[in-house]
Design a protein around this ligand. Sequence first.
Ligand SMILES: [Zn+2]
Length: 338
Amino acid sequence: MIGVVSDPVFMNHDTGGYHPESPLRVQYIHTLFYEDAPGVVRVDPVKASIDDVLLNHDRGYIRSVADSCSSDDLVNLDMDTVCSEDSFDTALLAAGSTVKLTEMALNSEIDAGFSFVRPPGHHACRNAAMGFCLFNNIAIAAHKAIQSYGVRKVLIVDFDVHHGNGTQESFYSSSDVLYFSTHQHPFYPGTGSIADLGKGDGLGYTVNCPLRSGQKDGHFIAVYQSILSPIVEAFEPGLILVSAGFDAHASDPIGGMQVSARGFGAIAGLIQDAAREVSAPVVYVLEGGYNLNALKESIACVVDIVKGEAVPEIEALSGPELDAMFETHSRFWPLMHP
Ligand SMILES: [Zn+2]
């Protein structure tokens, strides 16, 4: 049974008429779940407590977001991050629902979770809203799993086309939470160099896999097969959280990659295989994805794979970027071999 948070309440975060991160995104996704489907249990959204948000953000920042959302007008928190009257409550629901699914997955109430929430989270920093994100939903859930649910090690996998700078920042010095990201590079937000590997105890536990624009399904498959899988085997996480952004889709108006809906399904297949090897539950958390039809189609593929349908066969494509990933990351993860 998979647990899904999908609810029209996430439309309440109003970003104005022309913003790509629009309420329509979750409305489209919700059409996949408003009728009962076999193997799916709908989970009601729940607000995060302020104590849970404090696991990843400072009190002053949380207060400033609440204050910005007290006006009737849209307020810009940064150049492209907007909030409205209901945004603070919606952001608490996004974080809280992700925590709830994580708890359910760890208690074996569900086999896997999908948190189709907005605002997204992976650019949100400790003290700053950024890149359409207010609170870092996935980082809050990772902290909570370690602090309250007895998990020792969490793997965060981020396949959004953008690098999750906020998530990387949260765990840069930690060996308890490994952050793995494939992303277009160079691209917004400018972070995610292969040379950024973590620091102190966290050295080697930030694994950036930058790819130049135009990369196809096969290039992603190669990275997930050859770089992620051996890391999962060696790291043995007790929980895998996935920043599932679908803006690497070929039709996405923001990203510059060539991934197909089937390709996202195949990536999910590799994540599920790796998770099975170490008996870790997986919770997927929505990040980007701005072509509404591509978003819906890609999510349908991923959900089917997680429910147990056959994984699309896509041939891995190597290239110079994969060679660089081997060279850099195998120093920390010797199970990796070209
Ligand atoms: Zn993105």
